[in-house]
Design a protein around this ligand. Structure first.
Ligand SMILES: C[S@@+](CC[C@H](N)C(=O)[O-])C[C@H]1O[C@@H](n2cnc3c(N)ncnc32)[C@H](O)[C@@H]1O
Ligand SMILES: [Zn+2]
Length: 237
């Protein structure tokens, strides 16, 4: 695998950077490009609330099966995929089951541990930053996430970084809450996370515009999961 050292941005073929001499450990089958400090906000998000989270898990599973079916039509097997900010990365676990080389990246350790322990995910699990993805340019046949970019103040920077690691001619998919769907009610709710506003919703035009701004060609858009989300598929040209 061709990594990109998040500290000095030099490409490194191993989990050791010859340029800045940083070593990136693998702990409990999770490659650590960031350590556990500063992940409290999102670790808190992943703390489980009984019953509520069980219901949410069922809904998430239905949605992610739909998403996996949609995304699998955009790649040919065996593809190399990346889900940055994927949390426990259900879709990546399913893609890995189907024989794809799936990489799931999240800043927080807690969801990656869920992926490993509860989902028995065969995806490669990476603790790292979506805004400084620890992979070299143009590696992935598909880079995607859902329900992630709407949490950030600078989502365009995140999308540009997703585009960087995607191969030319390959696709980037982003799903976010849809303005004209049920999740708009979230706008009435105060953010539950420090430094992360969870009320952002997008309409088609706004999400497509973000793809154009990131230099991606928009090839398809769709609402999904009972119009809760809007997704855009873009191609890196
Ligand atoms: C709302 S969750 C969505 C997770 C997943 N996409 C899903 O639908 O279950 C947002 C995720 O983004 C992760 N995250 C937040 N900031 C990040 C960053 N800078 N780099 C990578 N992941 C990040 C959080 O840890 C969290 O797991
Ligand atoms: Zn380095």
């Amino acid at each position: 695998m061709r990594y990109q050292c998040p500290a000095c941005k030099k490409e490194c073929p191993e989990l050791y950077c010859v340029s800045c001499k940083k070593n990136y450990p693998t702990k409990d089958q999770i490659i650590q490009f960031v350590q556990d400090n500063n992940t409290e906000t999102w670790d808190h998000y992943w703390k489980r609330i009984p019953v509520y989270d069980t219901i949410l898990d069922v809904l998430r599973k239905i949605m992610n099966v739909q998403l996996r079916r949609y995304l699998e039509k955009k790649i040919s097997a065996p593809a190399t995929t990346l889900e940055p900010g994927g949390g426990s990365a259900y879709v990546s676990a399913m893609l890995a089951e189907k024989g794809h080389q799936a990489y799931a990246l999240d800043y927080a350790a807690a969801p990656l541990r869920i992926a490993r322990e509860q989902l028995k995910s065969k995806a490669t699990l990476v603790q790292g930053d979506l805004f400084n993805i620890p992979f070299a340019d143009e590696l992935f046949d598909l880079t995607f996430n859902n329900s992630t970019l709407e949490h950030f103040k600078n989502p365009l920077d995140g999308l540009k970084e997703m585009a960087r690691v995607t191969k030319k001619g390959s696709c980037v998919f982003v799903g976010v809450p849809f303005t004209y769907g049920p999740l708009s009610l979230y706008k009435l709710k105060k953010s539950s996370f420090k430094d992360a506003w969870d009320g952002t919703t997008y309409d088609r035009k706004q999400l497509k515009q973000m793809f154009w701004d990131a230099g991606l060609e928009v090839v398809h858009n769709r609402t999904f999961f009972f119009r809760c989300f809007i997704g855009v598929l873009g191609r890196k040209t």
